[in-house]
Design a protein around this ligand. Structure first.
Ligand code: COA
Length: 151
């Protein structure tokens, strides 16, 4: 996941420990939790079946819930397999999970210049609801706020 994120400038960038934290359960998940969905390359996984070597991660999505509200924190698809539906599959899995857990909706922030992600979210039913001035650094940029409300 870290390798994939590092290779994708448009992704949200986190320290490695934040990814390691995804595999640690701390306290109750009643009020909040963080979940990840991962697409692995099954073909790449075969030769490593009996070894501890990790299969190649082609795409992932990380989301955080506080009470009934979900935030999509990061979604990355490997450059070589973009525009083949992996992002749609991941987001649909996440939306189905959030709905099944009686979530009220999903929000996210995206860089204003990230037209591919904005197109992707729009196609998936998100509405652009506002802007946060200068939210991002390196390079400085506004964030566009998006929301998918469950009705
Ligand atoms: C955004 C991202 C996750 C989309 O994943 P993907 O697997 O390529 O998306 P899909 O193949 O499921 O595409 C679904 C729809 O999204 C839209 N879309 C995806 N990529 C697009 C692009 N480059 N330009 C315009 N629209 C795009 C299209 O409407 C597309 O449907 P179509 O192919 O039928 O036209 C992927 O481009 C990515 O990893 N980007 C870099 C990381 C990033 O920006 N993450 C978001 C941070 S907020």
């Amino acid at each position: 996941m870290v390798d994939l994120e590092r290779a994708s400038p448009a992704a949200a960038h986190w320290p490695r420990q934040q990814y390691e934290g995804l595999f640690v359960t701390t306290g109750s998940r009643l009020l909040s939790e963080r979940l990840a969905w991962v697409v692995e390359d099954e073909c790449a996984a075969q030769p490593h079946k009996n070894s501890s070597e990790a299969a190649s991660v082609l795409a992932f999505l990380v989301a955080h819930r506080v009470e009934a509200e979900w935030e999509l924190e990061n979604v990355v698809v490997a450059g070589a397999v973009r525009r083949r539906g992996a992002g749609t599959r991941l987001l649909n899995e996440f939306i189905a999970h959030a709905r099944a857990k009686n979530g009220s909706g999903i929000f996210l922030e995206v860089r204003e210049s990230n037209q591919s992600a904005r197109g992707f979210y729009r196609k998936m039913g998100f509405e652009e609801t506002g802007r946060r001035k200068g939210y991002y650094a390196s390079p400085a940029e506004d964030a566009i706020l998006c929301r998918l409300k469950f009705g």
